[in-house]
Each structure stands twice: as structure tokens, then as C-alpha cells.
Design a protein around this ligand. Structure first.
Ligand code: NAD
Ligand code: DAU
Length: 351
């Protein structure tokens, strides 16, 4: 790899992207170009502390614009790509699947094509696709997703991510494009948009609003602190094998209802409420269509090959997350003003 290699990170203004960006910029090993369309989920406030770094540039643009992406690759001699830009919320994919095909499939194709043409079969490059464990479908009470679990996506979001994973591997197989893929479980932490479970509940508890739990709250997710994911991404980008896949997970399964109980208790303590106050806001609502029951990741390959393991206990990570949302009230107020109210009413009122 060349010194201060130029890498393209897509979706760097989003939740996970901003943590990846910060990590990579601080190492000072790379020159980073952040390509982001700044959709509702992209926020340059997430990058305020690093925006003046000399090894960083931001470009506002759409990964689906083939000509623009091609031009970007022609003007820059990218050593690698870390592709995170996506439509990422399952509920939105249920009401608007087309947008997910466009961004997640067509957008990924546009990047793959530009990389293929620009790198011209040279092995000294790397296309890294950051993907999700949802491509594997849904688990019953037993077992874990491993890298060899057959794909069985069940929502428009996961089908679009599965499709883009397949295209990445197809470009590797057909055109020799050097690539690596990781499939991660549910992330949580600072800067997550309050449409996802944990920040949505933090926002609602703060505002004494109902806490909408889908179905009975028995669905299970495997939670991973976002900075641990960013550390895994750095390791995989630098040391992962060509053509390999790595699962990333928290070894941390929680039933939604138990997680929300824990969150309510943490927040009651911080708000000086009597214990049990916030739990009273819990409201069981109509289930998500096709709701996957359980995700659980076997991340032993990443552990044994690259030495990665999550660093935080869940209660500690959750407390850090709650503290961040308390300390960044302006961030939360800004992202929940304007169109957010419309979103909230559409998805939750009379659900
Ligand atoms: P996010 O929704 O917070 O951010 C997505 C970013 O992509 C935003 O900055 C947005 O502006 C940008 N973007 C969207 N469409 C674009 C386009 N057409 N062109 C350029 N930029 C565009 O997402 P996230 O939660 O940070 O997830 C990042 C990636 O990680 C996604 O690919 C997602 O599928 C994957 N992932 C997420 C999780 C999770 O728990 N959040 C877990 C596993 C994998
Ligand atoms: O597993 C990785 C995936 O995790 C990522 O690929 C996705 O980008 C990310 O959004 C996440 O998907 P989920 O659908 O699991 O996350 P979400 O936060 O939307 O929901 C978590 C669980 O909580 C799920 O079982 C649905 C439930 N839920 C969610 C919301 C928003 C509720 O009960 N109520 C809610 O209001």
C-alpha cells in the first residue's frame, strides 16, 4: 500500500461512517475522501471535530450517478474503497423498497464499475463492502450466523444488501476485483439517527412519549458498540484476506423488551426519576411486516484470524450512549425537527 494512500469512504456522514472516518483520519495513514449525498441520515455535524484535518476532504454526491462516480475515480488514484453509503432502515424499506434497490444495488454497481475500470485488474487495491447480518435471514432459538450460512434475506432492505454483496463477489470472480466483505450485527452508540430502536427510545423517554415496541418485544438482536465495529472495519480493510468475508457481532443477544427495560432503568437513574417511571411508557404496537425473529453472529473467524473482539460490556456501552444523547441535546433537537415529525407520524401514529 502506498504511503498516505488515498481512499474513498462512502456514507461517511452517516452513523457508522462517521466513526470509521474519525478512526481513519486520526491514524494519519491515509488521505480520505468522504463521498456522501447527505440524505436525511447524513449529517456533517457528525464530523465537526475532524472536518479541518489536512488528510480529509468531503464531496457531496450521489453514488448512483455513474458519470460522476467515474469522473471521481479518473481524477483520483484511489488505493481503496470502503463502501458504507446505503439506505439502512428496515421499516423505510418496507414502505419504499425502490429507493433501496436504487441506492444499495445500483449505487454499489456504480462504484464497482468505476473501481474495475480504474484499477484495471491490478491486485494492489481493495474494495471493501460493509454489509449486514440480515442477509442470512432469521434464526430460531438456536444457532448462529457464520460466514458460510446460506443467504436468505427476508426484507427489501436485506434483499438489497444481499444483492450488493453478490455483485461485489461477482466482480471479484469475473473481473478479478480485489475485495472483502463484512456482515455486522446491530450497531448502537453516538450519532445514530433516532429511527433505530435505541436512539428512538432514548428520544422518547426524554420527551415522555410512548415507547413503541413491535409485536410482543420478543425479537432478539445482537448488539455491537459502533466504535468496536469501526475498529473491526480498520482491521479487515488492512489485514482481511482478498475475497474473504468476516462476520462482526457483539456476542451480546438481547430480547427487545429486556433491552428497553434496561434502557428505561438507566435513564430513570440519570433523570432522577423513581425506578419504573419510564417502563410505564412502553406500548406494544402492531408488528413490523415480516419481522425477523432472531439474529446472532458467530464472529470467531474475525477473532481467530485478526484478533478482534468487542471491548465494551453492553450496560457500559448503553450508558455511554445515553450520556452522549444527553450531552448532545442540540444534535438530537436538530435531527428531530422538520421532516422527522412527519416520519414519526407516518410510522407510529395509529400503527
Ligand atoms: P446511515 O443510514 O446512518 O448512513 C448512511 C449514509 O449514506 C448517510 O450519510 C447518507 O447520507 C449516505 N447515503 C445514502 N444514500 C447515498 C447515496 N445515494 N450516495 C451517497 N451517499 C448516500 O447508515 P449506517 O447505520 O451508518 O450504516 C452504514 C452501512 O453499514 C450501511 O451500508 C448499512 O447497511 C451497514 N450496516 C449497518 C448496521 C447498523 O446497525 N446500523 C449494521 C450492519 C451493517
Ligand atoms: O442487524 C443489522 C441491521 O440492524 C442493520 O443492517 C440495519 O441497518 C439496522 O437498521 C438494524 O436493523 P434492525 O431492523 O434490527 O434495527 P432496528 O433498530 O430498526 O430494530 C431493532 C429491533 O427493534 C427490531 O426487532 C425491531 C424492533 N423495533 C424497532 C423500532 C424502530 C421496535 O420494537 N420498535 C421500534 O420503534
Amino acid at each position: 500500500m502506498p504511503k498516505r494512500a488515498k481512499i474513498l469512504i462512502t456514507g461517511g456522514a452517516g452513523f457508522i461512517g462517521s466513526h470509521v472516518m474519525r478512526r481513519f483520519i486520526k491514524t494519519d495513514k491515509y488521505h480520505i475522501v468522504n463521498l456522501d449525498k447527505l440524505t436525511y441520515a447524513g449529517n456533517l455535524e457528525n464530523l465537526k471535530d475532524i472536518e479541518d484535518s489536512s488528510n480529509y476532504e468531503f464531496i457531496k454526491g450521489d453514488i448512483c450517478d455513474f458519470e460522476f462516480v467515474k469522473g471521481l475515480f479518473t481524477r483520483n488514484n484511489f488505493y481503496g474503497v470502503i463502501h458504507l453509503a446505503a439506505e439502512s432502515h428496515v421499516d423505510r424499506s418496507i414502505s419504499n423498497p425502490i429507493e433501496f434497490i436504487q441506492t444499495n444495488v445500483v449505487g454499489t454497481m456504480s462504484l464497482l464499475n468505476a473501481a474495475k475500470n480504474s484499477w484495471n485488474q491490478s491486485a494492489n487495491h481493495r474494495f471493501y463492502h460493509v454489509s449486514t447480518d440480515e442477509v442470512y435471514g432469521s434464526l430460531g432459538d438456536e444457532g448462529f450466523f457464520s460466514e458460510t450460512t446460506p443467504y436468505d434475506p427476508k426484507s427489501p432492505y436485506s434483499a438489497s444488501k444481499a444483492s450488493s454483496d453478490h455483485f461485489v463477489r461477482a466482480y471479484g470472480n469475473t473481473y478479478g476485483l480485489p475485495h472483502v466483505i463484512s456482515n455486522s450485527s446491530n450497531n448502537y452508540g453516538p450519532n445514530q439517527f433516532p429511527e433505530k430502536l435505541i436512539p428512538l427510545m432514548i428520544h422518547n423517554i426524554k420527551n415522555r412519549k410512548p415507547l413503541p415496541i413491535y409485536g410482543k418485544g420478543y425479537n432478539i438482536r445482537d448488539w455491537l458498540y459502533v466504535e468496536d465495529h469501526a475498529r473491526a472495519i480498520e482491521l479487515i480493510f488492512e489485514q482481511g484476506g482478498n475475497g474473504e468475508t468476516y462476520n462482526v457481532g457483539g456476542f451480546n443477544e438481547w430480547k427487545n423488551i429486556d433491552l428497553i427495560h434496561l434502557l428505561c432503568d438507566i435513564m430513570d437513574k440519570k433523570l432522577g426519576n423513581e425506578q419504573g417511571t419510564s417502563r410505564k411508557l412502553i406500548t406494544l404496537v402492531k408488528d413490523r411486516a415480516g419481522h425477523d425473529m432472531r439474529y446472532a453472529i458467530d464472529a470467531s473467524k474475525l477473532n481467530s484470524e485478526l484478533g478482534w473482539k468487542p471491548s465494551l460490556q453492553f450496560a457500559e456501552g448503553l450508558e455511554k450512549t445515553v450520556d452522549w444523547y444527553f450531552e448532545n441535546e442540540k444534535w438530537l433537537n436538530d435531527v428531530t425537527s422538520g421532516d422527522y415529525q412527519k416520519y414519526y407520524e407516518e410510522y407510529y401514529t395509529n400503527r
